[in-house]
Ligand binder design. Structure first.
Ligand SMILES: [Zn+2]
Ligand SMILES: [Zn+2]
Length: 489
């Protein structure tokens, strides 16, 4: 389906000149308002129908979101996630048989602290976002990025749920929902007053100055924009998952579109994130266990979304990010983006081919194995692609040269966390990270400002692997082999 829209070159038919004579290809009655691809013009009504259908089809096909389930929509204020929010609103307002039946809530993470924004500026943005969210009547959570510093280490542990037949349980949930609630009862506006009590946005003033500084200190220790973006993505995701857990949501809905995912796929390859390709770009991302992340906008192109938002007045807010106003070559992500955008202009269907390739990729990580649960990357929570190397029991020297207090500095420039004295205590962070997250940490001059929940969990895992190493010779493995932990020692 995406393929069709890729052909669309993003230009509205000039309303007066060319389209005046053209009829919509679908209904053959109304005057066409836009060209999806050469020879295929649609009127406003048919374009809307096509757009709405795609959203419902994506959710319907995957059957992952159950009726009555609480779903947290991650809305950045940008066009794609605001279009997603709009589709959910539309879906809840639909007539009975087409109606979406889950319970949405919205979360926005304010990253103003990383852009050096003043408190006033941040409050202004949050007020804009707040009024945007209020209009929906959905519960909403506006959270400053600083809140990531308060997360518990447990956020880094995937929570494993007993999985029975998903198709069967989906049907059961639908049946249960139909029996327990009259069809018309789930108007999102009904309990608005009740909701508003829950929706009080976090006041940015409650964020201590010290926390803002800690976060700024952390990012000032990251040398490249590539690594900054990667670290921000990691922290933001931890905060989203944690918010979903504490607020009782079981699904996280992300607004990433087809163009975005094509960029991500190529950037991931460049960043060495081969092991994560499948989960990062698929509709469903199960890496956190109890909170499943879904991407219902993945069949839409960025231009298709802009066009829809423009034609149907979907409100969104422009919010600058780390990447805003940076040069094409300032980071791998940024360079990939400009490559894909240029590619889209000349070879439109190539972009959907790129992201569809991601779908075909499968990794062993899809089959979750509780036994292997500790071998998840501390940062991105994907299965460790560095597992064998990470089982090395020596936690002191990593940079290939003996590390001592005097000349340690020099090796540590390149290998920020390899040396025990660098992070303050004996900590081998590297062994707990996937290849790609290792690169991010290597681009940091120091890890001392990493949030406490990450450091505590790292210590716990290190202790655990230390103990496992110590007792390894007394353990028997299932295949009768010597324990795998000895493989590298
Ligand atoms: Zn039409
Ligand atoms: Zn990782």
């Amino acid at each position: 389906m995406c393929q069709v829209d890729e052909e669309y070159n993003g230009l509205l038919e000039s309303p007066v000149a060319s389209s005046a004579t053209k009829k919509c290809n679908k209904c053959k009655e109304t005057t066409a308002a836009l060209v999806l691809k050469p020879g295929e013009s649609l009127c406003r009504g048919c374009f809307k129908e096509h757009f709405v259908h795609k959203f419902r089809a994506m959710l319907g096909k995957n059957r992952i979101i159950f009726p009555g389930e609480k779903v947290l929509l991650a809305v950045s204020g940008g066009s794609s996630s605001c279009a997603m929010l709009n589709q959910v609103q539309e879906g809840l307002g639909q007539n009975a048989h087409k109606k979406l039946r889950f319970k949405p809530g919205i979360v926005y993470i304010d990253e103003g602290c990383l852009l050096g924004q003043s408190t006033e500026k941040r409050q202004k943005t949050m007020a804009q976002i707040n009024s945007l969210f209020k209009m929906t009547g959905f519960p909403h959570h506006i959270i400053p990025l600083e809140m990531v510093l308060n997360l518990p280490p447990s956020v880094l542990e995937p929570v494993h749920l007993a999985t029975d037949d998903p198709a069967g349980s989906y049907k059961e949930a639908v049946d249960h929902f139909m029996q327990s609630s009259p069809v018309h009862s789930v108007d999102p506006r009904v309990d608005r007053s009740e909701l508003s009590a829950l929706t009080d946005a976090t006041n940015p003033q409650l964020i201590a100055e010290a926390q803002t500084q800690t976060l700024q200190e952390l990012f000032s220790r990251v040398k490249t924009l590539t690594a900054k973006e990667d670290l921000l993505h990691t922290l933001r995701r931890h905060l989203l998952v944690s918010t979903a857990r504490t607020e009782g949501y079981s699904k996280l809905m992300l607004g990433e579109n087809c163009t975005r995912l094509a960029v991500k796929l190529l950037a991931n390859i460049a960043l060495g994130r081969g092991a994560q390709l499948a989960v990062d770009t698929a509709f469903c991302d199960p890496r956190y266990g109890d909170i499943v992340a879904v991407k219902p906008m993945r069949d839409y192109t960025a231009k298709e979304i802009s066009l829809y938002n423009y034609m149907w007045n979907v409100p969104y807010v422009f919010i600058p990010s780390l990447e805003t106003k940076t040069a094409d070559k300032s980071s791998i992500q940024r360079l990939t983006e400009s490559f894909v955008v240029k590619l889209q202009v000349d070879f439109p269907s190539t972009v959907s081919t790129i992201y569809r390739t991601g779908e075909k990729l499968q990794t062993a990580s899809v089959t979750e194995d509780i036994e292997r649960a500790p071998l998840k990357c501390l940062f991105c929570m994907c299965t460790l692609d560095t597992a064998l190397a990470s089982l090395r029991p020596d936690t002191q020297t990593k940079c290939g040269a003996p590390c001592d207090q005097q000349d340690g500095e020099e090796h540590c420039q390149a290998q920020a966390v390899c040396c025990s004295h660098k992070g303050g205590d004996s900590m081998n962070l590297e062994s707990l990270l996937c290849y790609s997250c290792q690169q991010t940490v290597k681009d940091m001059t120091s890890v001392e400002f990493l949030p406490q929940y990450i450091m505590s969990e790292a210590q716990r895992r290190n202790r655990r692997s230390q103990i496992r190493h110590e007792i390894s010779e007394f353990l028997l493995t299932e295949d009768g082999d010597s324990p795998s932990i000895k493989a590298d020692s």
